[in-house]
Design a protein around this ligand. Sequence first.
Ligand code: ADP
Ligand code: MG
Length: 628
Amino acid sequence: MPDIIQLLPDSIANQIAAGEVIQRPASVVKELLENAIDAGADEVNLIIKDAGKTLIQIIDNGKGMSETDVRMSIERHATSKIASASDLFELKTMGFRGEALASIASIAHLDIRTKQTDGELGTLLQIEGSDVVNQEAVTCKKGTSMSVKNLFYNVPARRKFLKSDNVEMRHIIDEFERVAIPNPHIKLTFHHNNNEIFHLEKGTFRQRIVQVFGKRYNEKLVPIEEETDIVKISGFIGKPETAKKTRGEQFFFVNHRFIKSAYLNHAIQEALEDLIPRDVYPSYFLMLDVNPSFIDVNIHPTKTEIKFEDERAIYAILRSSVRQGIGKNNVAPSLDFEQETSFNVPLHPTGPIQMPEIKVNPNYNPFDSDNNSHKPTNSGYSKQQLTPQQQHNRDNWEKLYQVNPEMADSVKQVFNPDSDDEQQSNHLIIPDHNQQEQPSSKSKAFQVHAKYIIAHIKSGLVMIHQSRAHERILYERYLVAIDEQKGYSQQQLFPQTVQLQAGDAELVKSISTDLQAAGVDIREFGAQTFVIQGLPDYATNQDPQTFIDGIVEHYKNNLQELRLEKREALARSLAKRSAIKTGKVLMPEEMENLIDELFACKNPYTTPSGRTIINTFTIDQLDNIFDK
Ligand code: ADP
Ligand code: MG
């Protein structure tokens, strides 16, 4: 038998290594930004075309490379950052493996222009798939410019695996932020297809966070400082009330390197235990400076996990410094997280209450069967064509609903928050035989604390959570609207602009077709600015900025935490944000409509996230309460 083992050519070995180091355009951005920082640059410009698929260029004003070094830089295991194994315990640089440039050079067209501080001429090196195709002396500025063109041009499988531009951009922005935030002493700009996405001037850590995430962050940050022998902690934690349902802005940087750590995250969650509920996530931006010899350096190039020698001590120090920071700054929780952020009406009102203005459709006829799903009634619930399943549900409901007419008359809605009458407001249900008889359809349901609707059924009564019921109805409707591209949009009298963070802006762009389909008429108007021309008819009274912020927040949560598919995630967020809230007083016909619509749903019993909408109490159960 002949021998069959042979050494792989370098170009293939590099391509294989590249598979690990460079997974997508964002990995190139990360590696090149880190190299620029390691080169001591204090100004770095990132230029991207077509989400990095056509061009990724990074220009820095760092120390540059000599003619020989630039040739060496693209060799595998070629690095200036460590010379011996012991250096691994003294690491102060972002890179040290000497793999990034070799990998990138093997799967793209790479142009490097570089000049050292004291050099007169610089060097241009052009590489195509690991082959140097040109090297010449050029005049150029001090520093290095790396252009990566046609990424994965020779790895079609990888190229095909790339996601849409919006998704790839989202990854690039994530990597950019992870480098930009812990390096406020570096001026950074970021352009995509000639639009400026970020322009970050040098400043303090706080200023950098505010530049990246928006001015609104300025008052939300509580400083955290602690210095011990093991670790120095500095940075900020978001005030408890800014905690979100998505993991959003959670950043740990260990020696200026972004890391993920469920363990340390837990320390923060625990420090805030009494201040925020378990299922929301605080935002934080924390720098941990640790002696490099206390860290396990065997970090996988693309992994962001890290191992500390003294993890438990760091946990304890972190937890106590967050507690102290919060205590010192006297930050008390000021929001009830059970409530939606857009809704701040107290459930148990204390002061005098204004009756909400309710417009009643004078032409409303509860028996009118002229259903049109695109024309909402004033209450916002429109009747719609029913599928056989929906009809079946509704028939069942109606059977259940048939009430003994005498009984129907004996219970009236008497809870009236406007009333001064002590007796009335203390008793929710008063039988009143003297009242003029009303059509039974109107006396069927009544509202309690502007939160629940109570209605008779043959066997007893049902309690319906009004806000959840509406969420279910809208959810099913939005799903259809998105699928069939026929959401009804109510045009705004004055189109309004909304501003989003760069990452959120990309996200909105990536779902804009579905948003349009659902009735959110949103158009791009600059890199992070959008114009809202119209909102779905259920959401017309909402402030567009708050509405879009809310949609983005819910959508991210649905996608990341619940791992829902896009369309489902969007329908849920839209339903959640546009549903009527607790606190909304409903007219009898609005309640009727709501009940009708609810029972026409495929699943009237729970919200899309599984929360109970309906509770039934049979007469037997009620009797039991009294006979105990
Ligand atoms: P590593 O960063 O792990 O050392 P890389 O492949 O990323 O490996 O880079 C190889 C070498 O090229 C670096 O060690 C550095 O000396 C040099 N280099 C890369 N990028 C730059 C840059 N922007 N400016 C100066 N030198 C650079
Ligand atoms: Mg590197």
